[in-house]
Design a protein around this ligand. Structure first.
Ligand code: NAP
Length: 325
């Protein structure tokens, strides 16, 4: 560890934002677009690789950032579709080690219509397909795609990663940045950091990049892969669990990890997931380095916190990065 860095200091890399703005997207080319789910599932999730070589984005996208995709066509008001952001799923040097090919994790949005406004037909439950996710999932190798970005300057790996240990917590496609981060830290980095990945999905078949993480855990002693499956009964009869249930159940592992001032916590996925995590951490007195409580939560028992209270009353520190939607 260099002399002027304490374990608590988190130095993030400089970022270049908006190199390719919406008004001037670059043209990327699809390299591959393959399913990345463990098994047959009601969801469809693809690992999409895009060649950006020769464009201003080449070599300038960092793991943890996002890029934008502009779907062709217009919306119901006749306006061009708005840009949609997708988390980068590869290391900062890309899929190819040279920053020429970037990737993301794309889940098809497939749902029934539900009335949103007073003017909407309450009986219309016809099929709804998300515009950009389905556009992206339908693309084939060789197809062109308009890419913008990069976006994001905080959900990043620190510059001195060997000064830190890491707990990554994902639900669903929130796994995207952690694929790139795990590859960067474990496969292309040092062995100085302990890295724990905690992944939550409805069913085992919904696990994303499971073969990669299983391999990394088998090949690298410092990489640990934990899964929380919410809708399956465990073989010992235990009900399904969320990521914070697993955190609590394995306190003998996670208490020492989170109590260590080297550790950084990254949370990515569903909007509701951070409240359970913060509640469990507060109940076990291991939240201090990661968040502080504003006045409205002072004196309220963590078991009584609800999501809106957590959103308003918890302030994360520099050791806790949260990206949830
Ligand atoms: P999914 O496959 O449905 O998996 C989500 C898992 O989390 C399920 O097991 C679900 O359980 C569980 N869950 C539900 N509520 C929870 C809670 N309060 N605490 C903990 N776990 C909970 O996920 P998905 O459809 O891919 O959705 C992923 C989300 O991540 C999307 O909202 C997406 O926008 C977001 N995302 C954000 C970023 C980013 O911010 N950069 C990147 C990628 C994805 P049950 O369904 O069984 O209740």
């Amino acid at each position: 560890m260099s002399e002027d860095i304490t374990p608590e200091t988190v130095q993030l890399p400089e970022t270049e934002l908006g190199i390719a703005p919406v008004s001037k997207p670059v043209i990327g080319r699809i390299v591959s677009n393959d399913s990345c789910l463990k098994g047959k599932s009601a969801s469809f999730v693809r690992h999409t690789e895009i060649d950006i070589s020769g464009t201003p984005l080449e070599g300038r996208c960092l793991v943890g950032q996002a890029f934008g995709i502009l779907a062709p066509g217009v919306d119901e008001r006749g306006k061009p579709h708005k840009v949609r952001l997708y988390s980068i799923a590869c290391p900062s040097d890309g899929e190819d080690g040279a920053g020429k090919v970037i990737s993301t994790t794309t889940k098809r949005t497939i749902d029934e219509r539900t009335p949103q406004k007073k003017i909407d037909d309450p009986d219309d439950h016809s099929l709804f397909l998300g515009v950009c996710s389905n556009y992206l999932c339908n693309l084939r190798p060789g197809d062109e795609v308009k890419v913008t970005g990069p976006n994001g300057k905080r959900f990043l790996l620190p510059t001195s990663s060997s000064n830190h240990d890491f707990l990554f917590v994902a639900t669903g496609t929130g796994i995207a940045p952690f694929r790139g981060m795990a590859m960067e830290l474990v496969e292309r980095g040092s062995t100085a950091s302990q890295i724990h990945l905690l992944m939550g999905t409805p069913y085992t078949t919904d696990l994303i990049y499971d073969d990669l993480f299983t391999r990394l855990a088998a090949e690298h002693e410092n990489f640990h892969y934990h899964t929380a499956i919410s809708r399956e009964t465990h073989h010992n009869g235990q009900p399904g669990q969320y990521v914070h249930h697993l955190l609590e159940k394995q306190m003998d592992t996670f208490d020492p990890l989170l109590s260590n001032p080297r550790t950084l916590l990254y949370i990515c996925g569903l909007a509701g997931m951070q409240s359970g995590l913060f509640q469990v951490m507060a109940q076990h007195n291991i939240g201090d380095g990661y968040f502080t409580l504003k006045n409205q939560l002072a004196g309220v028992a963590p078991s009584d916190w609800d999501l809106s209270q957590v959103r308003r009353g918890v302030k994360t520190t520099e050791r806790c990065m949260v990206e949830v939607y």
